[in-house]
Structures are given as structure tokens and as C-alpha cells.
Design a binder for this molecule. Structure first.
Ligand code: GDP
Ligand code: MG
Length: 371
């Protein structure tokens, strides 16, 4: 239901809130400045005060921002996007680090890599690229899913061979299944003397993850992040799974993507790591993500290099936002700044209204509790 606080309504009309309250009182309703009134009442009051009202629906504002429904023009193959999940201390960070250093896409100057929250490596056999989201953990995955962002094509489930399936392993399995994302199991720490990879496979079976040697279709790879054992094989299996998934995109359109992480950098201002998912993001593009907008001032690759554009499945740092968006916010390129302002001011307003509505809702239930 659409609603607005009295303060916000007054602001938008450049009227005093007290006059709005007086008007409402004339109609027999007592209100405080922080109260939320419904859209019909608000319209009535606005018209009484001599304003013309244009009701804007979410569909009007959001219309055409994303056209993910129409994938008929997605004919180019894109790289898979992989998230590493698993129980704490089973080696997610170690594995991500090892993969990142085992193989770096382009000639890397002096071995210095930038941490931007995601990176690409190429599969040793085919040279095809794989994108890893470098913010392991369920929090990121859950936050993104909660915002309706689908970024991950494949989950690499890390299970330590000396520890076996643990609570967060099960959680990760459930996340992947709920999202409909295929799992590749990395049985890690096989260098350890007490490693029991076979036990891991048996335990996985109890959670309906059936690996190939048990007659299922889930691929497992025994690895050691520490000794960099079988990392190439893991990359191969990911590439193979990606082929099966037949991931398609269209790079010849305005960019769409998802914010992986964002922060306010002292020197550089708002910085967002964005995974481009369709289209091509370019310097100069006018962008919106959540309630933030901006113009792309610079794009920085996972190699720390300044680039002019980023295509599908490419993670890139984006400079030029007016404020940092939130992880999981979807990014879209719009035609001009007026459009960007329309979208972000509407969303910022929705955010404030939702916050106000939930506070007044809380107050209501508090009053009920106390009466
Ligand atoms: P995370 O919590 O899943 O990110 O796990 P970490 O990557 O932080 O690893 C937890 C601990 O396991 C660290 O002490 C790592 O050095 C160790 N570790 C990770 N991978 C391996 C491995 O393949 N072999 C051995 N022996 N230790 C590992
Ligand atoms: Mg870690």
C-alpha cells in the first residue's frame, strides 16, 4: 500500500507540516508530523492546498530499467561466475587466494593484485575465463539473494577432508539448492595425514549431494589449497560445468550488473565493485544502483588497471557514484541524468517511507502491548 509521512508530503509541496496537520484536523483526524497517511488522503490534502497531484507508481519509474525477461538477444557465451562456500576454517579464503595466484588472466606486473571483491582466472586447458566472487561466505550470498540479485552460476563447496560435513556446509548446500545453482565439491586439505575424503563423500550423501563415484552427478575434486594440488583440475571442472550450463549474454546493450561490495574511500570517494552481467559498462555511462546514481568516472580491473569498458561476467571497480550503493543492489545504465535522478529519488523516497512505516508500525504494536 502506498503511503507517505506528513513531513514528506509537506516537504514535497513546500508547505508547512503544521498546515497539513490542520487540514487533516478539519477532516476530523488528529495526526503527528511523523504519522503515515495513505496516498488517497495525501492526494486530497494536496489538492485542497491547491497543488496538482501526479501519482507515480513503481512500475512507471522502474519500467525498462532491466530487460532481463527478454533474453532472445543473448547469443554470446559468457564466463561462469563462481562463489566459494563452506564451513568456517575449511579453507575458502586459502582456496580463493591459491586460485587467484595459480593463474592470472593477463600479465600481472610484479605479482601485485588488487583486492576488489571479485577476480577472473582462465582455465588452463581452454584459456576460458572464470569469474570468482572473492567475498566468500554465506552473508554475501544471502544478502544478494535477498535483493533478488542472481550473480552466481556455480557454487564451489569447500569441505575440509579432516573435518567433514559441518553445519555451515549443510547451510551452503541448502543455499545452493534454493537458488538452483549447481555445486562442485572441493574436498580440501587432502595434504593432511588425517584427511578422509571418502568419509566426506559419504556424509554429503546424507544431505542429498551425490558425487559421481556414488552414482550421482555432482563433481568432486580433491584439492589442497596449501600445496596448490589439483587446482587446475578444479578449474577444468568449473569450465566443464559452465559449458553444460550454456551461459549466454549480449554485450551490445547498456550494462546491467550487481554491486558486489561498496565503500566510501577517503581518496577516491564512493567505490563500488560491480559484476557486469549483461551489456558493456563504459566510462561516461550514467548509472543507477539502489538509491544511488552517478556517472562512471573510471573503471578499474581486478588487475588494478584502468580500463575503458567492462563486458559480461567481468568484475570491475566503478568510480563516480554520488554515494556508495549497497551490496546486492542492481546496477543499470540509464539514458540521462534526469532519468537517473527520477529513479534514485523515487527509490530514496520509498526507502524513507518504508523506514517510517515500519517505525510507526512498531509504535502501534508497542501501544497495543502497553494497553
Ligand atoms: P575459511 O575460514 O574457510 O576461509 O578458511 P581459511 O582459508 O582461513 O583456512 C583455515 C585454516 O586452514 C588456515 O589455517 C589455513 O592455513 C588452513 N588451510 C586451508 N587450506 C588448507 C590445505 O589445503 N591444507 C592444510 N593443511 N591447511 C589448509
Ligand atoms: Mg575465510
Amino acid at each position: 500500500p502506498e503511503a507517505i509521512t506528513i513531513q514528506e508530503l509537506a516537504n514535497r509541496m513546500s508547505e508547512r507540516a503544521v498546515d497539513v496537520i490542520r487540514m487533516l484536523m478539519k477532516q476530523g483526524a488528529m495526526h503527528k508530523i511523523t504519522d503515515v497517511i495513505d496516498a488517497d488522503t495525501a492526494q486530497l490534502i494536496a489538492e485542497e492546498l491547491g497543488h496538482t497531484v501526479k501519482r507515480v507508481a513503481a512500475s512507471d519509474v522502474e519500467e525498462g530499467l532491466f530487460d532481463q525477461v527478454d533474453d532472445s538477444t543473448d547469443t554470446e557465451t559468457r564466463s561462469p561466475v563462481v562463489t566459494v562456500m563452506g564451513h568456517v576454517d575449511h579453507g575458502k579464503t586459502s582456496l580463493l587466494d591459491a586460485l587467484r595466484h595459480a593463474n592470472v588472466v593477463s600479465g600481472e606486473a610484479g605479482g601485485i593484485t588488487q583486492h576488489i571483491g571479485a577476480y577472473q582466472v582462465s582455465s588452463p586447458e581452454t584459456g576460458k575465463k572464470i569469474t570468482f566472487i572473492d567475498t566468500p561466505g554465506h552473508a554475501a550470498f544471502t544478502a544478494m539473494r535477498a535483493r533478488g540479485a542472481k550473480v552466481t552460476d556455480i557454487v564451489v563447496l569447500v569441505v575440509a577432508a579432516d573435518d567433514g560435513v559441518m553445519p555451515q556446509t549443510v547451510e551452503a548446500i541448502n543455499h545452493a539448492k534454493a537458488a538452483g545453482v549447481p555445486i562442485i565439491v572441493a574436498i580440501n586439505k587432502i595434504d593432511k595425514p588425517d584427511a578422509k575424503p571418502e568419509r566426506v563423500r559419504t556424509e554429503l550423501l546424507q544431505h542429498e549431494v551425490q558425487v559421481e563415484s556414488f552414482g550421482g552427478d555432482v563433481v568432486d575434486v580433491e584439492v589442497s589449497a596449501k600445496n596448490k594440488t589439483n587446482l587446475d583440475k578444479l578449474l577444468e571442472m568449473i569450465a566443464l560445468q559452465a559449458e553444460i550450463l550454456d551461459l549466454k549474454t549480449n554485450s551490445e546493450r547498456p550494462a546491467e550488473g550487481t554491486v558486489i561490495e561498496a565503500k566510501l574511500d577517503r581518496g577516491r570517494g564512493p567505490v563500488a565493485t560491480v559484476l557486469v552481467q549483461r551489456g558493456t559498462l563504459r566510462v561516461g555511462d550514467i548509472i543507477v544502483a539502489g538509491a544511488e546514481m552517478g556517472r562512471v568516472r573510471a573503471l578499474i580491473s581486478d588487475q588494478g588497471e584502468t580500463v575503458q569498458e567492462a563486458g559480461p561476467s567481468v568484475p570491475v571497480e566503478v568510480l563516480g557514484f554520488n554515494g556508495p550503493p549497497e551490496a546486492g543492489d542492481r546496477l543499470a545504465v540509464v539514458e540521462n541524468e534526469a532519468r537517473a535522478r527520477q529513479v534514485t529519488s523515487y527509490r530514496a523516497h520509498q526507502k524513507r517511507e518504508n523506514a517510517a512505516a515500519s517505525i510507526s508500525g512498531m509504535r502501534g504494536s508497542l501501544e497495543q502491548m502497553m494497553s
